[in-house]
Structures are given as C-alpha cells and as structure tokens.
Design a protein around this ligand. Structure first.
Ligand SMILES: Cc1cc2nc3c(=O)[nH]c(=O)nc-3n(C[C@H](O)[C@H](O)[C@H](O)COP(=O)(O)OP(=O)(O)OC[C@H]3O[C@@H](n4cnc5c(N)ncnc54)[C@H](O)[C@@H]3O)c2cc1C
Length: 566
C-alpha cells in the first residue's frame, strides 16, 4: 500500500539539517594573532590600537561576511557601448566590493603606514588589519595592494609633482576622495619576462603617449596606474623600459585613450575585474628616468609581495577557522568531528602550517616597517631582500595546500558552491601566480642580488630565535632549523654548475623559508612557555616538523629533468 499526505508525513524520519559553521569576531577568536601582537608591540601601542582591531574583527566576521555570502553570484560587468554607439567601457563592481572600498578607506588600510603614528610598528598595525579584512572581501585586497605599492613607489621616486597630486589621494581615509592604483606590467609576451614588453612611449607635442596592449590589468576601475613602456629609441630588454604614471580618466570622465577589450574569464578572483587594455595614445607622465623602469618599479613589488604573503595566511586562517567551527557542529560515529582523533590531528597540522606562515609573513612586514622608519641595519636589509621573494612564494604554496585540505574537512559540503567554501580554493590558487610565480621568485631569491649575504643574515636570525631555549623539543627543533639553513648555504656556495643551481632554486628557497618558519615558531613557543604558561607553541613546532624542513633532494634535478622532459 502507498501512503499519501498526512499519513506519509507520519512515516518520514525527522529530516536532518546540518548547522552551518559560523564566524564570530575575527580578532577576538584569533588567539594566535592576539598573542603575536602582545609579544611584539609596545603595550601602550597595543592598548591604543586594540579597539580598532576589535572593530574590524567584528565587521570581518559579521557585516562583511554576510555581505560576501549575499554577493556570491555577482560579478563585475563590462559595458563597452552605450545605446547610441559610443564606446564607454564602463565596469560596474559588485555590492561587496563597493562596501569593501568604503571600509578599506575608513579603516586606513593604506593610510596607516603613511601616517606612521607608531613608527616602525605601523606596518604591523596595518597588516594585522589587512589580515582580518581580506578573507571576507573576495580579494578586494588586490587593488589595495597595488595602491599601497604605488604610494610607496611614488614616495621613494621623489617626483614632487606626482607625490603632491597622487599620494594624498592614495592614502586618503575618505571613501569619496580615496584613489586606488593599478600596476600594468604583464603583456602577452610575458609576465615573468617583463623585459620583452612591446608597449611604446612616444614623446609627442610636449607629452608622453603610450601605445600597446596590457594583457592582465586587475584594477582598471582605479583612478591611476604605474606602468612600463619603452621610450622610442631605447634598448630592448628590461633596462630599456621606463616607469610611467597614468591617470585612467580625463577630466570629463572619459577614458584616457584606453580601450577595455574584455574582462578575463578566470578560475577564481572573479570579483576582481581583470582586463585586457589597449593603450592608444594614453597620456602618461615619466616618473623618473627614461630607462631602468624594471628597477624603478621594484619598491611596488616589495609591497605587493608582502600583501600577497599576508593575504595567503589570511585565507589559511579563514579556512582553518571555518573547518574548526564545522568540526564542532558536525557529528560522525557518535561524536563531533573535533572529538575524532584523526580529524583533530588533521586540523592541528593545518593550524601549525598557518602559524608558521603567519610568522614568516609578519617577519617580512616588520622588516618593511624597520626600513620605512629608517631603523634598519645592514643585516636586516639583506634579510628583507631575501625574504621578499621567499615569503611570497612559500606562503602562497602553503595557502593552496592548507585551503585544499581544509575543504576536504567539510566532506561533500566543501565541494558545494552555495556553502561559499569552494570559492576560497579558487581565489587562493592565484596567489602563487601573480606578483611573480614560484619559480621566478625562487630564482630571484637565490641567484639575483647578493644571496650569500641574505642567507648569512637569515642564519643569524635563526640562531637568534633558538638561543636560550628551555624545552628539549624546542632545542632539537632548533638544531634542525640551523642544520637546514647551513646545508642550503653550503650547497649554494659550492655549486659549480649554473644550470643545476637554477634547477634547484625552488628546493633552496623552500629550505630557507621553512627553516626560518620553524625558527620563528620556536621563538614564539618559547615566549608562550615563559610569558603565557602555554605549551601550544611546542605542539605547533612538533606538528610543523612532520613535513620536511630540508627540501634539497639527492642527485641533479637538472639531469633528471632532461631525462624526463626532453
Ligand atoms: C588573476 C590575475 C590577475 C593579474 N593581474 C595583473 C595585474 O594587475 N598587473 C600585471 O602586471 N599582471 C597581472 N597578472 C599577471 C601575472 O603577474 C602573470 O600572469 C605572472 O607574472 C606570470 O606571467 P605569465 O602569465 O606571462 O607566465 P609566464 O611568464 O609565461 O610563465 C609560465 C611558466 O613558466 C615559468 N617560468 C617563467 N620563467 C621561468 C624561468 N626563468 N625559470 C623557470 N620557470 C620559469 C613560470 O614559473 C610559469 O610557471 C595577473 C594574473 C592573474 C592570473
């Protein structure tokens, strides 16, 4: 017999609906961030800024997070023509991005280090806020990173007129007057090999005009950009390029001889309006010299790579926070997931990776703060040079791995779009690619500049972290970190074969980065033991060491590559 209606309802078992993971105040819920700030910042400064951090933590876990979920299906829209056939190339951003822009300006996410109220610690203040803000904004930090980079580049380039015009706008706390900036470097010929750029700069009737095509430009809604172009007659390669300042719109609101060809159809970062642009006589101002543009734009890259590092860790933090919240709600085999030893151990390893990556990213942030406040010594300068690429490449890779594992921690729900979780992995996947790919940065770290000086500075920093340890597990971990950095140093200084060194650059960079991450975890764990009577840091050290610190392999990667790939 088949039952219908009320009879059938009576036979149905109770339907189960899983409670979604929820987020609270992201500052208050992040004991590790708060511990780090207590350890590092002068106590009166922390008292001064804590209100601010509580406020942004509440927004990030509250209003912004709700707005992000409501905005899930929205994407920026490009309208190229109006009804009368005029080319307009207007881009409409999504509601989340509009709100994020207001909050970013009002919270001083760019302004803080330029106001420099807390001297060398102003960068830590700024990036603690970026860390809270980022994962609820669908990568609004992309234009912010470039804005900060442009502000820093212009202020160091010393072009008074441009500083006076652009800097107050880039660093404004008023959403009505705040500008953002793009960074237009990549062309179809190459993002890594920027020296191959084809865009020309021609001096016509007393001003520079640019002609060419920029292949990836992520902030075409910005009011300005810094870009590279080759003045007529200059040599080929990077040294023949010059850095130019461009305002995207004319005073009447029309585009400055720029055509937006299309928005890229991307795997992730879908709120970011990444465009292909034709520059067809775009008026531009030379920022400094009429050559050496790749060198001139380097200050921008230091800043954007620091943003990349902090946003990598911030995604890791969000993924682990959600996975942890879910593990408290979701039950299997009669227990909440968090009560299952293997699930808890899986999440704990993600937490350890996240803490290590956090400390590395903020080590870079601290060094930038020291440099900007004029307090940096020569060892720290060499370390800043080395850590800029290493922090970016390592934290980005860790983010992809941690976020991917965290998604599995939700089971099937992690794969279902309207939980909002899959998007995290797609957005994270860009972090190893833009601002320099892993390979390009590894080569930059171990082959360019003076890597030996940087590695010596790194070795001394590691020695400083592992001095005066009171716990056996920390002491033996410290020995491992020192052994790894010394092996990498010896490997590099005795390597005779340039091709083999190139092939091993990733392994060298990973070894240096992971050795420092381990040492920074040890330093923090020792502080926690002493000041907070907390042994959680020792557990993080042990779990972090489960994955290799010394990543240098046996044999010749280059010969193996030829054997397999040629
Ligand atoms: C979403 C998104 C937004 C972006 N926004 C911007 C933007 O706003 N402005 C901007 O200027 N650019 C932007 N980019 C471009 C980005 O910076 C480049 O894609 C990136 O630098 C790589 O350049 P490419 O795409 O030309 O790859 P290629 O340079 O062709 O690299 C291809 C592969 O070759 C490897 N490789 C290259 N050289 C070497 C080497 N010497 N040794 C070993 N391996 C090597 C790389 O690691 C990579 O795996 C954006 C990219 C994305 C995905």
């Amino acid at each position: 017999m088949i039952y219908h209606g009320e009879f059938a309802d009576a036979l149905m078992p109770d339907l189960f609906i899983q409670t979604a993971p929820s987020l609270g105040n992201q500052y208050e819920e992040d004991a590790f961030l708060r511990g780090y700030l207590r350890r590092k910042l002068p106590s009166e400064m922390l008292t001064d800024i804590e209100q601010d951090l509580h406020g942004l933590g509440a927004l990030a876990g509250g209003e912004l997070y709700r707005c992000q979920r409501d905005d899930r299906l929205n994407e920026p829209r490009l309208t190229q023509w109006d009804g009368w056939g005029n080319r307009i190339d207007q881009i409409e951003l999504t509601p989340l991005w509009k709100r994020a822009a207001e909050i970013a300006a009002q919270s001083g996410l760019i302004a803080i280090p330029y106001e420099a109220q807390h001297g060398r610690w102003s960068r830590v203040h700024q990036f603690a806020k970026v860390f809270l803000f980022h994962p609820s904004t669908d990568v609004y930090t992309c234009p912010l990173a470039m804005t900060d980079g442009a502000a820093r580049t212009l202020s160091t380039a010393g072009n008074r007129a441009l500083i006076e015009r652009a800097l107050p706008r880039l660093t404004s706390r008023d959403p009505e007057t705040a500008w953002t900036s793009g960074q237009w470097m990549t062309e179809a010929t190459g993002g890594s090999d920027v020296g191959a750029s084809l865009t020309k700069a021609i001096f016509e009737e007393g001003e520079w005009r640019l002609y060419g095509k920029k292949w990836f430009t992520s902030a075409i809604t910005s009011q300005m950009a810094l870009t590279l172009a080759r003045p007529e007659g200059n040599a080929s390669g990077g040294s023949g390029l010059a850095m130019f300042y461009v305002e995207t719109r004319n005073t009447d609101g029309s585009l400055n001889n720029i055509r937006v060809e299309r928005l890229k159809d991307k795997l992730g970062t879908r709120k970011v309006p990444t465009a292909e642009l034709y520059l067809d006589g775009t008026r531009a101002t030379l920022v400094g010299e009429s050559s050496q543009g790749t060198r001139a734009i380097e200050p921008m890259l230091v800043i954007t790579r620091a943003w990349n590092s902090v946003t990598s860790v911030s995604f890791m933090r969000r993924a682990v926070a959600l996975a942890r919240a879910y593990a408290q709600e979701r039950r299997a085999f009669g227990k909440p997931l968090i009560g299952l030893p293997l699930h808890a151990a899986t999440l704990a390893r993600l937490e350890a990776q996240t803490r290590a990556a956090f400390l590395l990213a903020f080590e870079l942030v601290e060094l930038i703060g020291l440099q900007e406040s004029g307090q940096i010594d020569s060892d720290q300068k060499a370390l800043l040079r080395l850590l800029t690429p290493i922090s970016k490449l390592l934290t980005a890779k860790q983010a992809v791995s941690v976020v991917s594992e965290a998604i599995e921690a939700f089971g099937g729900a992690g794969y279902v779009e309207d939980t909002g979780i899959p998007m995290m992995l797609r957005d994270t996947q860009v972090l190893p690619i833009w601002e320099g790919t892993t390979n390009v940065l590894a080569l930059d770290a171990v082959l360019r500049g003076d890597p030996e000086k940087g590695i010596q500075a790194l070795e001394r920093r590691i020695e400083q972290c592992v001095r005066e340890l009171t716990h056996d597990a920390l002491r033996s971990a410290g020995e491992l970190a020192i052994a790894a950095v010394r092996k990498a140093k010896d490997w590099l200084s005795t390597s005779q074969d340039a091709l083999q060194t190139q092939a091993a650059a990733r392994d060298l960079a990973f070894t240096l980065g992971r050795a420092l991450e381990l040492a920074l975890l040890i330093e923090h764990a020792q502080w926690q033991l002493g000041q907070e009577r907390d042994s959680g840091g020792v557990a993080a050290v042990r779990l972090f060491m489960r994955e290799p610190i010394d990543c240098l392999g046996q044999g010749s990667d280059f010969e193996d590559a030829i054997a397999l790939m040629s």
